[in-house]
Ligand binder design. Structure first.
Ligand code: SF4
Ligand code: FES
Length: 238
């Protein structure tokens, strides 16, 4: 069933289960996000994606990334109240992580006064992107939030890393918006280090370049049934 909603005065046919953010994006309306990724379950942590929503005759601020469209819903994405709400969320993030460039940039964009110059810090802002990517896309679940409900308000990273589950694929480092998750190399690329775990890299059997952790290729072999020996050619040489 399609749902009829109105965003900034424009009528939209929304799919059941779709979010306000998804529908706003089909109209090319820009909404800032930090903890959102289209392929992952919404998390609602940063609150930068706020909009005003009218349900049952009442206007309220809601986070668009995790609020599902409802039939008859009206949404406003650019009111003063929305701007204030996003700015307040950005202010809070900047207050907590003033040294993190990704936070500084978005805070500045949303009207927060920030100190000049580049920030060099790489804090974990608890956006949950790495945890969700590892669970939902990689399917490994090596990262988990420690008692998420209680600890989300404290400033320290509360991510548990399970070295026995991690395959070293690096998806968490790729998705992390702040650079907190670091992926490093050692010995001409022979080893990859991530979350302090050292992975042995496999050289491409054609060009000899180290291209993937052995554990990752073993995992792919196990989950797909493709023999390990057929996985040892890098993308460029395939
Ligand atoms: S490590 Fe990076 S991706 Fe993971 S929760 Fe922290 S900021 Fe987000
Ligand atoms: S993008 Fe919606 S709460 Fe972070």
């Amino acid at each position: 069933m399609m749902l009829n909603i109105v965003i900034d005065g424009q009528k939209v046919k929304a799919k059941e289960g779709s979010t306000i953010l998804e529908n706003a994006r089909t109209l090319k309306i820009e909404i800032p996000t930090l903890c959102h990724h289209g392929e992952l379950t919404p998390f609602g942590a940063c609150r930068l994606c706020s909009v005003e929503v009218k349900t049952n005759g009442k206007w309220q601020i809601a986070t668009s990334c995790n609020t599902p469209a409802e039939d008859g819903m009206e949404v406003i994405t650019g009111s003063d109240r929305v701007k204030e709400s996003r700015k307040a969320a950005a202010q809070l993030l900047y207050y907590k992580y003033p040294e993190t460039q990704a936070v500084k940039e978005i805070a500045q964009k949303l009207g927060v006064k920030v100190s000049p110059g580049k920030a060099e810090g790489h804090d974990c802002i608890l956006c949950g992107l790495c945890v969700r990517t590892c669970q939902e896309i990689v399917g490994v679940g090596a990262l988990t939030f420690r008692d998420r409900g209680r600890d989300r308000d404290i400033d320290e990273p509360v991510i548990d890393f399970d070295p026995s589950a991690c395959i070293g694929c690096g998806s968490c480092a790729y998705v992390c918006p702040t650079g907190y998750v670091k992926m490093e190399y050692d010995g001409d690329g022979e080893r990859r280090i991530i979350w302090d775990k050292v992975f042995k890299m496999v050289p491409c059997k054609v060009c000899g370049r180290y291209f993937a952790p052995e554990d990752q290729l073993k995992y792919i072999s196990k989950t797909t049934g493709v023999p390990f020996s057929e996985l040892t050619t890098c993308v460029d040489c395939r």
